[in-house]
Design a protein around this ligand. Structure first.
Ligand SMILES: Nc1ncnc2c1ncn2[C@@H]1O[C@H](COP(=O)(O)OP(=O)(O)OP(=O)(O)O)[C@@H](O)[C@H]1O
Length: 274
């Protein structure tokens, strides 16, 4: 039994369909994702790209246990996800820090929510601040930190609880290009150090290729489907800025973009219709 759990994928979506009532309240419904199935292996870094509104966040919410699919199911390490997924850490696009808490207390909060005493949580949070490059910034409040620093605090807050799988929804999209590339490299370093599984949602195909072992492509909605899967065999460790210059990267980008481009155009047309 223990062996079966060890061999189970970090995440499995089986025929997941998500239908929402239409916002106009006229009894109509909108199917965002239709029959999505994929797996993420233990230790694998997988990105999902797709047009705006195609259902990327919806799938991540199913994986996190925040949303029950209308059909199909999610499993995490072999266990059906029926409530909040206890194996998962979640990092959103939006700021998730508590403005009234210092950086140290924000990181410690992840543990305190799980019943660890405040003193112990603060002690364990200190090395995490160093690991994300914020040694000496523990007493600063979120408004006293730059956008990149706040993302680092959020990353430490997510990692301190030792999730086995990290679900990231465009975590760096609000950052300027240089800060973003620094954060991407830092995430890859932290990931390489203890090889958690990562599901990374992004609009940005370059970011997806630079970071991932595999890129999944979602079609435009309604009824978005997974239409492409690309293995990214680029050498590691990678520098996300440098890897973009290599011929292998450019070839992968060309291949995936050829498929994604049409979907992005369809997705854009949909947003104007809805
Ligand atoms: N709770 C909900 N109720 C109604 N419709 C919803 C709900 N959640 C998502 N949707 C709709 O489902 C579709 C997919 O949304 P989702 O946020 O998953 O897309 P996305 O691919 O993450 O988009 P983006 O790239 O713009 O963040 C959208 O059309 C959205 O309006």
């Amino acid at each position: 039994m223990a062996e079966a759990a060890a061999a189970a994928p970090a995440l499995q979506l089986e025929g997941v369909t998500c239908t929402f009532p239409s916002p106009d309240g006229r009894g109509r419904s909108y199917t965002a994702v239709q029959g999505a199935s994929f797996t993420v292996a233990d230790g694998e870094f997988v990105s999902i790209v797709g047009p705006t509104g195609s259902g990327k966040s919806t799938m991540l919410n199913v994986a996190a246990g925040l949303l029950k699919p209308s059909e199909g199911r999610a499993l995490s390490f072999g266990q059906p996800v029926t409530g909040i997924n206890p194996k998962a850490g979640y990092m959103f696009q939006a700021e998730a820090l508590m403005p009234w808490k210092s950086a140290l207390d924000n990181v410690a909060a992840g543990l305190e929510f799980r019943g660890v005493s405040r003193a112990e949580a603060r002690q364990r949070a200190l090395p995490w601040l160093s690991r994300v490059g914020l040694e000496g910034f523990g007493d600063r409040f979120p408004h006293q930190l730059s956008g990149g620093m706040r993302k680092r605090v959020a990353l430490a807050q997510t990692l301190i609880v030792d999730p086995k799988i990290i679900l990231m929804d465009e975590p760096f999209s609000a950052l300027d290009v240089q800060t973003r590339q620094m954060m991407e490299n830092e995430l890859l370093d932290l990931w390489a150090a203890d090889r958690k599984s990562v599901v990374f949602i992004t609009h940005d195909l370059e970011e997806a290729i630079a970071m991932s072992d595999r890129v999944l492509v979602l079609s435009a909605g309604p009824g978005a489907r997974l239409i492409g899967e690309y293995r990214i065999g680029l050498d590691r460790p990678r520098d996300v800025a440098e890897i973009r210059m290599t011929p292998q990267f450019l070839a992968l980008h060309q291949e995936i973009w050829a498929q994604l481009r049409d979907e992005v155009l369809k997705g854009y047309a949909q947003t104007k219709l809805r």
